[in-house]
Design a protein around this ligand. Sequence first.
Ligand code: GLN
Length: 306
Amino acid sequence: MSVNYKELLDQLYYETKDFAKYGKVANYIPALERISGDYFALSLITDKGVLYSSGDHSIPFSIQSISKVFSFTMVFRKIGTEIWDRIGREPSGTAFNSLIQLEHEKGIPRNPFINAGAIVVADMMLSVCNDPKSRLLSFIQSLAGDETIHYNPEVVASEKATGHRNYALAHFMKSFGNIHHTVEDVLDVYFHQCAIEMTTDQLARSFLFLANEGKNPINGEEILNPSRTKRLQALMLTSGLYDESGDFAFRVGMPAKSGVGGGIVGVIPRQLSLAVWSPALNERGNSIAGIEAMERFTTYTANSIF
Ligand code: GLN
């Protein structure tokens, strides 16, 4: 079926933008709280590298937990299946910053996409490279083909000042022996990754390797082999939207990853990657208008992974 993606994205923009009024912009740090809930952007890139966008697709925003896909990919490339000695791969069924499960499960996070899991991945990054912050940033820049992608220092500072739960998670896991570096060093990496800013155009492009069996179709570089690409997308499908992953699979039907900045990026393997941004969140910390737009995308095109 041939779809006019530009027209479709414009249609989704007008149909779903107002869903933001049912949500609330993240307010745990001032730098996110003052973002207007009116922003709305959609970007789609095909596996041939053709980009279509609508709305505020050139405005960078805080990618927050979407960064967990990039950090995980960097470590998975380096150490492969060893990851599973220290992190699980089951959906958590709890909030992204929950402490409860960790006690029962002896400091092994359920999956790499809850905060505890991403904090262990940050610890692994410190083991596999000398300067994880600049390595992560240049990795993302090369995936997106754009060197303007940057950290926002104000967001880093506020994440540090308010990140009590993340400190608690890291110390708790350290008490079980699952954090090998100092908590300060590990969280410095984690808070930086949360504070990366990207546009939906850059996000769609940086996830494109997933839609192409692990190879960046624009420069031919293999990021992950096809088997690992499949596994990463399985994790995104089952855990990419935290405690809403089941409902998102039900409504949308794409492996995806969200962040509290209001971004969501999803993939249809061998076809396309789709990024949306609307800052107002539902009670589970996911973009309300973003989910609505993605649901209508797969409904109108009758195209999902199922
Ligand atoms: N910086 C946020 C935190 O660690 C990221 C969480 C998110 O995007 N869900 O709490």
